[in-house]
Write a protein that binds this ligand. Structure first.
Ligand code: NAD
Length: 310
């Protein structure tokens, strides 16, 4: 099939593109390289350096005729959304509207894209289910929550089908520092350089860390289950504390880790864990990569980069 991946030069989008190419699809990557890297774009994909807010996107899709569009391009950094809410809104909502209009014009069968666990805010009834009404604590969470409503109304008003995934904290090779699951890439990169790490709070805060390969798998299931539509969590339903994470990394590296504990940052959520019942029941999704294997692959990716740079 013809498949367009926006954000295909980024962390998740580039892994998704690799898998789609592997499965024999023809892939067009659209990315303005804001946080992405040209080197991450699969050599067999067509690449268009372009902003998702550019209205010429419609012509590009009309020409490529994608069956499906995966829209991974976004402003992904929570602190940036707080410093520059207008920029966050412009990319994540005005950009989204441009993508939705282009998909409509090109008669795309379905738009598959992420929302985020950030839409839940600091709800304390765990695990978090899709039916729960959260109050996001950042503008990033707000643009993601609003995204879900745009998708619903575009479907109801114009018949554009969609699946929207609330990813938990994604980690793996190629991840940058700024995004949501960034703590693992920050830890791995610093440890690979022989540096210590900083933990904000007592380290007992928990997150639902999911390996990027499992996130790609959820997206592939969305292609198979054409009958599914709406919002789905993509997570492991396992909460892991930062202290546990550091112990795992200690075993992988085989040396002690120098950890500095700093006061909790305002706005930091204590615990986050997302239910996978709905995605398991409807899409047959279940995360397969355990934390130890995922962390090993991620740490070695950063360690190899370090050796390469020396
Ligand atoms: N990583 C996580 O833990 C996580 C969790 C929940 C949701 N998400 C969502 O998953 C998606 C992918 O995130 P990621 O972690 O791969 O981030 P990323 O920053 O690595 O990838 C985003 C990509 O979008 C591109 N981009 C940004 N603005 C653009 C624009 N205006 N026009 C064209 N391209 C643009 C960037 O260059 C980059 O390649 C995002 O929607 C993000 O919000 C990520």
């Amino acid at each position: 099939m013809n498949i367009c991946v926006t954000g295909g030069a980024g962390f998740i989008g580039s892994h998704l593109t690799d898998r789609l190419i592997e499965e024999g699809h023809r892939v067009l990557v659209i990315d303005n390289l804001f946080t992405g890297s040209r080197e991450f774009v699969n050599a067999k994909a067509d690449f268009r350096e372009m902003d998702i807010r550019d209205t010429a996107l419609t012509e590009v899709l009309l020409e490529f005729k994608p069956d499906y569009v995966f829209h991974e391009a976004a402003q992904t950094m929570v602190p940036v959304s707080m410093e520059k809410p207008a920029l966050d809104c412009d990319i994540n909502l005005m950009g989204l509207i441009n993508v939705l209009n282009a998909c409509r014009a090109a008669h795309v069968k379905k738009l598959i894209m992420p929302s985020s666990a950030a839409v839940y805010g600091d709800l304390d009834t765990l695990p978090l289910t899709e039916a729960m009404q959260g109050a996001p604590s950042s503008f990033y969470g707000l643009t993601k929550l609003t995204t879900e409503s745009y998708l619903r109304i575009y479907k109801e008003a114009f018949g554009l089908d969609y699946i929207c995934f609330r990813y938990s904290n994604v980690y793996g090779p190629r991840q940058g520092h700024g995004g949501e699951g960034g703590v693992i890439s920050i830890f791995c990169e610093r440890l690979a350089k022989g540096q210590g790490v900083t933990v904000y709070g007592d380290g007992e805060q928990t997150r639902d860390f999911i390996y990027v390969g499992d996130v790609v798998e959820a997206n592939m299931l969305a292609l198979q289950h054409t009958e599914c539509s709406g919002v789905y969590n993509v997570s492991t339903e396992v909460g892991t504390s930062l202290n546990t994470l550091l112990n795992e990394l200690k075993s992988i590296i085989g040396t002690d880790i120098d950890v500095t504990y700093e006061p909790t940052r305002t706005g930091d959520i204590k615990h986050s864990r997302l239910s996978i019942k709905k995605s398991n029941d409807n899409l047959g999704f279940r995360a397969k990569i355990d934390l130890t294997s995922g962390l090993k692959t991620t740490y070695h990716y950063f360690a190899d980069m370090e050796n390469f740079d020396m």
